[in-house]
Design a protein around this ligand. Sequence first.
Ligand code: ADP
Ligand code: MG
Length: 356
Amino acid sequence: KAAIEIRGVSRIYGTGHDKVTALDGIFLDIRENEFFTLLGPSGCGKTTLLRLIAGFDFPTTGGILLHGEDIAPLPPFKRPVNTVFQSYALFPHMTVADNIGFGLKMLGNPKAEVEARVAEMLDLVHMTEMRDRQVSQISGGQQQRVALARALAPKPKVLLLDEPLSALDYKLRKEMQIELKRVQAETGITFIFVTHDQEEALTMSDRIAVMSAGSLRQVGSPWDIYDRPAERFVADFIGESNFLEVEVASVTGDRASVRLRSGREIPATFPEGTTPKDKVTIVIRPEHAEIVDPTDEATLKGVIENVVYLGTDTNITVQLEGGSLFTVRQQNSRSGSCGRTEGQSVGILVSDDVAQ
Ligand code: ADP
Ligand code: MG
């Protein structure tokens, strides 16, 4: 069942030379109970879409339904939606508990009810011990928890989170990613989470919408997006990719065999309608290929241009015979070095699974 239905929404700012199409005719269903992520580069329209759902701004065309009802007539405070901002927007001189209860009190809830709800929220975000601390005297990660508790206190049906983790350092961000997932699972509230960080999107989301320049490029599970990118932009934006220009040799269903420049054929997955002799671009992830001796049955041949040690893996970039670069990621063994060095002539073996 859909929690939110975005129906042909556009948002155009300004006119004439100043015209900016921040959102360009978006259709999107976000399911109840879902951890849904909007992912895309800066300026692609993520914040604009959240603002339209929250009611801080209005679509130029199109509409938004919440649990089947058009929310256009509802002012922000009447929508069962709340927002966590990157800046947290807490009151620094108030206590943790007063921050969490502030909205509830403003809405005129009885004191005892506010207190009970605040206690529940403190427990949810594991901040009960900190309840009487001033917000200015707790850490960034703790402030993040308070902001989350405050946003959840009025029991919204949908929680909007606009890059809430981007100000945190790496370790804390990883910790808060797990916390957000836990809180979403425990509360069963639909989360719409915004990030420009592809790794964060892949680890946290039930589904991801990849956006660019005001439109949706692909909507799907992390697996879909990573392993079956619908187009080059998605493959390029999510993870690392090698692109090869090839010719289709034969087609059976959504499987095709493609011919590389070297004349060798490898399997690939394609959308329907692909026919033999088509010139297509295939994407091969660095971890779906391996470096072999050039004398082996290599699918590609070239010379190692550089070797980058990454701890668990090593990235080996090879200049192919045709001149383009191809990166292979190999897991490091405990015995250390991968034994490959710059200038070596090598072959690259591509494993079976290749997407368009
Ligand atoms: P994101 O959150 O993905 O970084 P935004 O939704 O903030 O992107 O912005 C999308 C586009 O709309 C950008 O080009 C931005 O400059 C433009 N934009 C956003 N808000 C306004 C505004 N109030 N007036 C004019 N242009 C705006
Ligand atoms: Mg933004």
